[in-house]
Design a protein around this ligand. Structure first.
Ligand code: F0G
Length: 470
């Protein structure tokens, strides 16, 4: 079975390596000629047409969307007041910049995703010396991670293709999101997750949403391997981020961010890097927005990995971007415990297009950064906190300057992984490990719960002690 491409739109599929433009994608969403990933591109978006000029050749496809930047901005703003479910979604609101899915009334599956807040971070700002520091919290999506923005779009494409089953391999967030959208769209979902290596918070979500959940005795990369073989044999729709519909939906985080900043791009955007779909999507959106003159310049998009799961960092810094050497990944930030990222070539391209950097951070740096973000009243999961830890390093190296503006993309909610948080505050996270000494200076961030007798005097004594130490 192949997945037909929509023909009544300007969006087309293209292989990122050999440039082939197939009419449809196979079930593994890879190029049948060379095996690399596919992406959507929009041949109708030429600057000539956007300037109101005539198509350069009479054969040029006419854009089916309005692509006048001012008109688009006004339309998207106006939709904020609409009662229509799709207009209320922070993904579908921007549908002019996405491939067309026919018959949206029937096919679109939405949980009103997107519409996530942009927060100023005063304490983190002081700690990093970056005055203009904000976080866009993608953990404030319906299933509490950024995955929902891509999932609403890709699950809708599965629905339109009349698939009975959808499937993904996951470190937890993709599976939670997929299971929810499959349930809303009346589809069955199959989840492959590494046994014992994801947080309970995420696993519990896919159970409630009714997924067939298989904990495989392997890591994330092993789950991906099995899933790729499975989709070649069974009529199952693949919902990992190799699916280009996922990337298109995830673009909207960047579009929404620019709208929140009144279309004035920050100097830097910093994202965590795991399978590298998210960085690819945000970078793609930035490049497209500049092509469409929605923004006038590109922010530098930097990608941060955990030191124990750093194949992309090594790709860039050891191999000059020429190859990616898969590794066995290990980090407490389980969401990004990925050793063989599928979208590394796409991520490399956006890194080069925007002039961003790749950094790696230690386990202790991640844990401390998470608590520091917490001290601004914002909770996030460990994988999200690599962004602040990475920013500190980029400040020290001089890549980010004090006067520059920075937006961190927080990808998941604090409650996804409460075990990590509790162990950190109790001082147990690094006890007996090689990280113990490095973690000592971060002690001041720890707020362990205090067990007391049920007596007013004891509580008042605790309050007074806290006041003296504050
Ligand atoms: N942050 C969180 C919270 C994630 O769940 C993930 C990926 C990432 C960052 C990295 O994003 O893979 O696009 O580079 N989680 C996937 C999952 C792989 O299965 O939930 P990426």
């Amino acid at each position: 079975m192949s997945i037909a491409q929509n023909t009544d739109t300007t969006a087309k599929l293209r292989c990122i390596s050999c440039g082939a433009t197939p009419d449809s994608a196979g079930q593994d969403f890879r190029c049948t000629a060379c095996g690399d990933l596919l992406e959507f591109f929009f041949p109708g978006w030429t600057l000539d047409q956007l300037d109101g000029a005539k198509p350069r050749h009479h054969t040029d496809p006419k854009p089916s969307h309005h692509t006048d930047p001012a008109a688009l901005k006004a339309l998207w703003l106006q939709r904020r007041t609409s009662r229509d479910a799709l207009d209320q979604s922070g993904v579908w609101r921007f549908r002019e910049l996405l491939p067309h899915i026919p018959n949206l009334d029937e096919n679109a599956i939405t949980l009103r995703e997107g519409n996530t807040p942009l927060y100023y971070l005063p304490r983190c700002s002081r700690a990093t010396g970056v005055e203009n520091l904000h976080a866009k919290h993608q953990g404030m999506n319906p299933t509490a991670s950024f995955k929902d923005t891509g999932m609403t779009f890709a699950a809708s494409s599965a629905h339109q293709g009349k698939f009975r089953w959808v499937a993904c391999a996951s470190t937890g967030n993709t599976s939670a999101s997929m299971a929810a959208y499959a349930a809303r769209g009346n589809m069955h979902s199959l989840v492959l997750i590494p046994d014992g290596k994801i947080s309970w918070g995420k696993l519990s979500q896919s159970l409630d949403y009714g997924a067939l959940t298989c904990q495989l005795r392997t890591d994330f990369d092993g789950c991906v391997h099995i899933l790729n073989d499975l989709v070649r044999q069974k009529p199952v729709y693949l919902l990992n981020s190799v699916n280009p519909y996922r990337i298109e939906g995830q673009k909207t985080a960047a579009i929404e961010l620019m709208e929140q900043l009144d279309w004035e791009p920050p100097d830097h955007i910093i994202v965590p890097g795991g399978n590298l779909g998210n960085s690819s999507a945000i970078g793609k959106a930035l490049v497209e927005m500049r092509e469409l003159k929605l923004i006038s310049r590109l922010p530098k998009l930097s990608i941060i990995q955990a030191q124990g799961a750093n194949p992309f960092y090594r790709c860039v810094h050891e191999f000059g971007g020429k190859k990616l050497e898969p590794m066995t990944a290990d980090t407490l930030a389980t969401a990004i415990r990925i050793g063989n990222p599928a979208s590394w070539k796409k991520a490399l391209r956006v890194l080069q297009a925007t002039g961003g950097e790749v950094e790696q951070v230690s386990e202790v740096e991640i844990a401390a950064a998470k608590a520091e973000i917490g001290s601004d009243g914002i909770g996030c999961e460990p994988a999200s906190a690599v962004t602040l830890a990475g920013l500190k390093k980029l400040r020290r190296s001089g890549f980010v300057k004090a006067g520059e503006s920075v937006v961190l993309i927080l990808t998941g909610h604090l409650l996804k992984d409460p075990d990590f948080t509790i162990k950190f505050h109790r001082g147990d996270l690094f006890a007996g490990t090689t990280g113990a000494a490095e973690a000592a200076p971060a002690k001041y961030l720890q707020r362990a719960p205090i067990v007391l007798d049920a007596n007013l005097g004891a509580v008042i004594a605790a309050l007074d002690a806290a006041e003296r130490n504050s």
